[in-house]
Write a protein that binds this ligand. Structure first.
Ligand SMILES: [Zn+2]
Length: 442
């Protein structure tokens, strides 16, 4: 079946699938439309009027929780908000002592956000439960809507998922937002108890974590594919560079007698771009430049620049950073400048679990689509969960590659394919004895 066409026939699921799923493609199409409508509705719960901003435990987050409750309660889930503000909805298994599969993503947004980043993965998980029509599986499903992934309010990301892996310490609780409100106070203001953060940690019954997320880039669209599978979340280096030269008069200093820090920095910026263009998978960005003294008629004495380098291989990333430092030194030397640098971030790449990647690929193929493995250049909750449980991410094509913008969108057919892929994944876990047996105790 060609993914670009509709959904002829009924959803084919192998062998015992009919025990659990009787969805036909028309129903999947309806579920997909409902997913999009729900995401659009949730996008109206915002701290800003006229645009979407929803940060950690802000008042509109409560409205989002309330809305989710109206969808989740008829499905027979046990719903709670944990002490880190994560929405947790448990759909019990046939038997009590069963493994648990987590499906989720984040409920918070950046300022001036789109309607699908994060929240699509949570709403889509509900559609998967709805597709079960009340049937219970040999494992429990817990839907998780993370309270914070973007890190907008407290300038540090993953507050929600860190609580699930036991990395929510006192330093984090003491961190303050721009109003001087600590994370601890924010949790209390929301009616939750910071001392119960430890209760949010995953139990050893959790066997895997799945995340459906928009790609937020142009790759799947360029390949004309609705879905992709993430094999690794790229590691990231952030550095700050300072080129130093000599300020002087822009009119009286001949060109061959200048020590122009900004011109040296400019030469290096293009060298950064060139280096990344010839190294597959490497992305490198100089996103900020500040020149001093910053006057129209004065040669710049100093230029400060940021550098962001990402690659799924830590070795390649680290080597690239070394090379770019070498380029900066060579350029500075040739121009009679000096250069110094500071490292602000050196975050390792996170590999998704090979067995989950394989299952996702199979599920994408069973949905009639070609699977494409790709690295994620952006961080996701799955990279935190991967510390504790085998994790995987399914990417949905992002029209125009546009995200973190009100124009962000998804195609209803792609959401339908993602639901179909999700059903095949749930089916796999339902019949996989390896999954049934594996627990995190091992
Ligand atoms: Zn996201």
């Amino acid at each position: 079946m060609d993914c670009s066409q509709g959904y002829p026939g009924s959803l084919e699921i192998e062998h015992s699938a009919s025990i659990y799923w009787t969805l036909v493609n028309a129903e999947i199409g309806q579920l997909a439309q409902q997913v999009i409508a729900r995401c659009r509705k949730l996008a109206t719960f915002s701290e800003d009027s006229g645009s979407l901003r929803r940060t950690f435990l802000s008042p509109p987050m409560r409205d989002v929780h309330r809305e989710f409750a109206t969808w989740l309660q008829p499905l027979g889930t046990m719903l709670q908000i944990d002490a880190a503000g994560n929405l947790r909805a448990l759909y019990a298994a046939v038997e009590p002592a069963a493994p648990r599969l987590l499906i989720g993503s984040h409920l918070d947004t950046v300022p001036n956000a789109g309607a699908f980043d994060g929240i699509l993965g949570v709403v889509l998980a509900i559609a998967l439960l709805e597709g079960l029509n009340g049937r219970r599986l040999p494992y429990a499903i817990e839907i998780v809507g993370f309270s914070d992934e973007e890190g907008v309010r407290f300038a540090t990301p993953f507050l929600g998922s860190r609580a699930l892996v036991g990395r929510f310490d006192d330093d984090l609780l003491d961190r303050q937002d721009s109003q001087g409100i600590s994370v601890r106070k924010a949790i209390q203001h929301f009616g939750l108890s910071p001392e119960k953060i430890g209760d949010a940690v995953l139990g050893d019954d959790v066997c895997a974590y799945l995340e459906f997320h928009i790609e937020q880039g142009p790759v799947l669209e360029s390949l004309a594919l609705p879905l992709g599978v993430v094999d690794a979340v790229a590691g990231q280096s952030r550095l700050e560079f300072k080129f130093s030269g000599r300020a002087n008069h822009a009119g009286t200093t001949p060109m061959n007698m200048r020590f122009d820090a900004l011109a040296g920095a400019a030469e290096w910026i293009t060298a950064v771009e060139r280096a990344a263009r010839i190294s597959p998978g490497l992305v490198a960005t100089v996103g900020t430049v500040q020149a001093r003294p910053g006057a129209v008629n004065v040669i710049a004495e100093e230029a400060r620049l940021s550098l962001d380098v990402r690659h799924p291989s830590d070795d390649i990333r680290m080597r690239a950073v070394e090379d770019l430092i070498g380029d900066a030194q060579a350029i500075a030397r040739r121009r009679g400048l000096t250069v110094s640098w500071k490292e602000h971030m050196n975050q390792r790449a996170v590999q998704m679990a090979p067995e989950v990647i394989t299952r996702i690929e199979e599920a994408i193929r069973k949905s009639g689509c070609k699977s494409h493995r790709m690295a994620s250049g952006a961080g996701h909750d799955a990279m935190i969960l991967a510390e504790k449980v085998p994790s995987g991410i399914v990417f949905l094509r992002t029209p125009g590659g546009i995200s973190h913008d009100p124009a962000e969108s998804v195609l209803v057919d792609d959401v339908a394919k993602a639901i179909e892929c999700g059903v095949h994944l749930l089916e796999h876990f339902a019949v996989s004895s390896a999954f049934q047996k594996r627990t995190c105790r091992a």
